[in-house]
Design a protein around this ligand. Structure first.
Ligand SMILES: [Mn+2]
Length: 299
């Protein structure tokens, strides 16, 4: 690969090889959780996203160079046992994170222990945490069979997160059931279906909701890459036609970074064995870098 000292690679930054004028910190943690309803290999996603960083630079035109953040890359968690064991291991790892952070999934099941870990790390009850999901699905399935990628939000409600603290953006028709839509309604979750977000307006919608969450101290944003159109997310088994574009997600991730209340985001549901030409992995990597640029821009 051609190297140019004037073209800093994002992969070198994350590896700590691109020291600059550091103004802040960002933690990155790989969470290779793999207990999906559709069996696959989401456990390989943290590596795929990290590897695709070699094809990105660190420079953003929003007035930010992510080299001005010290990366605290904690590598990928070693998860063992069943799904409940893994949930406990994820929660304990997230409790240790003190800076703003990106979690590289893994399947969407990681959102439940991550939100709980975030609350504990700050000494807050779940009632003080806001959760925004950018996802084609409610993820409100029943909890009977234990934690899976289809029920993290249901699990958090059971754990004590008030439904009124939850906003779900990008929920798609023909990708959900009336039963789970009813659960969202009963619990007071704010649901913004994909059709209510005009093309190119995802970041603006996110920004307006972030301004309207005064009752919570911090916000966690779960970015399920299957919120993208299937054309842009071949690596996400749950993606359907009609989703967002990679640029929509990038802009939203930047907006999330720019708001200090957003302490943590996750990027989930990529199965690299289903991806085509790294399309989905690179979209995820771009979201991570855009969040970092937003974090830098608000310092
Ligand atoms: Mn999901």
């Amino acid at each position: 690969m051609h190297e140019d000292v004037n073209w800093p690679r994002a992969s070198a930054w994350l590896a700590g090889h691109a020291p600059g004028m550091t103004k802040g910190r960002l933690t990155v943690l790989g969470v290779p959780l793999n207990f999906s309803i559709t069996p696959g290999n989401c456990d390989r996603a943290p590596r795929a996203i990290r590897e695709s960083l070699v094809r990105f630079s660190t420079y953003a035109y929003e007035g930010a160079d992510v080299r001005e953040l010290i990366p605290d890359d904690r590598g990928d968690l070693t998860l063992f046992g069943g799904a409940s064991d893994a949930n406990g291991q994820i929660e304990e790892a997230v409790v240790q994170i003190k800076d703003r952070a990106v979690l590289l999934g893994g399947d969407n099941g990681l959102t439940r222990p991550a939100v709980k870990g975030l609350a504990r790390s700050l000494g807050l009850g779940l009632d003080r945490i806001g959760l925004i999901t950018i996802d084609a699905h409610h993820d409100l399935r029943e909890l009977d069979g234990g934690p899976i990628n289809g029920n993290p939000i249901r699990g958090l409600l059971a754990d004590g997160l008030p439904g009124s603290n939850v906003i779900q953006i990008g929920i798609q028709s023909f990708a959900n059931s009336p039963q789970y839509a009813a659960v969202a309604k009963q619990e007071g979750i704010k649901v913004v279906p994909r059709g209510e977000v005009r093309d190119g307006q995802l970041a603006d919608v996110l920004k307006s909701f972030l301004l309207r969450m005064p009752r919570v101290d911090v916000v966690y944003i779960d970015i399920d890459l299957d919120a993208m159109d299937r054309a842009f997310a071949p690596g996400c088994p749950g993606a359907r036609p009609g989703g967002f574009t990679p640029n929509d997600l990038r802009e939203a991730a930047f907006e999330a970074g720019r708001n200090p209340k957003v302490r943590m985001i996750d990027l989930v549901e990529l199965d690299p064995t289903k991806d085509i030409n790294d399309v989905t992995a690179m979209a995820g990597a771009a979201c991570m870098l855009s969040f970092a640029a937003g974090v830098r821009a608000c310092l």
